[in-house]
Design a protein around this ligand. Structure first.
Ligand code: ASP
Length: 336
């Protein structure tokens, strides 16, 4: 009897090791030269992949350097209303504020970022411009003024889609139907927006705490390998919408939202606070630097994160490119 039990345990071991199921979204392919991979944010519907594919094609045409390709693809996605970046960036908890984060990194180790940037439509280009300064990151009003000093138009990136999504989100929150990225939090207690909180239908002021989470979605990113074997990553987001004024996620934090080095490039999307806790982009990069393929590395990233929080990853290394997410995710891939 005992022998039978031990035997069945041994026989079941391969099944147990296979238990870690593939991520909900998983794709990969070989790298034979220059290549670019894009994402439309974890949670974005797979049928938005046509936009990510177009962005990858635009990026591939600009791949004279890896950072040119990654930024061109990201600009393409920032210019579309449906994604949570640039023109379509999330409207925050007061119903009007838009604050955005973006970052770029190259395999030479050059990193630059903007955080809580306002009144610009292409944050990725502002992040790239920070590369030419003595700094690594500009934040808040300083970042916004820097962008305007460079000639970026002073525009609040509102579009019909993002305003409607913002209104719906706040209505649900006020009705107690959906929460804001943290399990339960009384936003009124620490309200820090310039204007007052939205009001409930009966006129009672305030934004109630609520029991559920609302997942961030639709942020955008790209990773690229140029024909000379160098890599770059670019990432841009309107962040999560149900937040305090000034909330900054993983995207502009070094080693968290994106990372690049001689072993490849990685870009993340998902629940920023959790991505920061794992320094996720660096974690995935380190796997590639230790010899994992991009596919193995993104799967490992998803396994570390678990299912509770949303996570999407794109990566490119010397031998392959890969996409993985623990939810649906639109993505694209192209070579020049
Ligand atoms: N990671 C982004 C943030 O937390 C959001 C996203 O990827 O959708 O700001």
């Amino acid at each position: 009897m005992i022998r039978f039990a031990v035997l069945s345990l041994i026989l079941s071991l391969p099944a147990l090791t296979a238990l870690a199921a593939d991520p909900a979204t998983l794709a990969s392919g070989p790298v034979t030269g220059a290549v670019i991979v894009t994402h439309g944010g974890v949670g974005s519907p797979p049928d938005w992949s046509n936009d990510c594919q177009d962005a990858a094609t635009v990026g591939a045409a600009a791949l004279s350097t890896a950072i040119d390709g990654a930024c061109a693809a990201t600009v393409h996605l920032e210019d579309l209303c449906r994604f949570n970046a640039g023109t379509g960036a999330n409207v925050r908890l007061d119903g009007t504020t838009v604050q955005m984060d973006a970052s770029v990194m190259t395999s030479a180790g050059d990193f630059a970022a903007v955080a809580a940037l306002e009144r610009v439509t292409n944050p990725i280009l502002v992040a790239r411009a920070v590369l030419a300064t003595p700094h690594r990151m500009l934040a808040g009003e300083g970042a916004t003024r820097f962008a305007h000093a460079l000639g970026f138009p002073d525009v609040v990136p509102h579009c019909d889609d993002s305003l409607r999504k913002g209104r719906d989100r706040i209505a649900k929150l006020l009705a107690g139907e959906a929460g804001g990225g943290y399990d339960t939090f009384d936003w009124r207690a620490v309200w820090n927006y310039p204007g007052p909180p939205p009001t409930t239908d009966d006129g009672a002021p305030g934004v109630p705490s609520s029991p559920e989470r609302m997942e961030p979605v639709d942020t955008v990113g790209a990773v690229a390998r140029a024909v000379d074997g160098t890599f770059a990553a670019a990432l841009s987001t309107g962040g999560t919408s149900i937040t305090l004024y000034g909330r900054v996620g993983d995207v502009p934090i070094y080693g968290c939202g994106c990372y690049a080095g001689p072993a490849g490039a990685v870009a993340c999307t998902g629940f920023g606070e959790e991505i920061i806790r794992h320094a996720m982009a660096r974690l995935v990069y380190d796997r590639m630097a230790a010899g994992d393929t991009a596919r193995e590395a993104v799967i490992a990233g998803c396994e570390v994160f678990g299912e509770e929080w949303s996570l999407g990853l794109i990566a490119v290394g010397p031998v392959d490119w890969a996409v993985a997410a623990n939810r649906d995710m639109a993505w694209g891939q192209a070579a020049p």
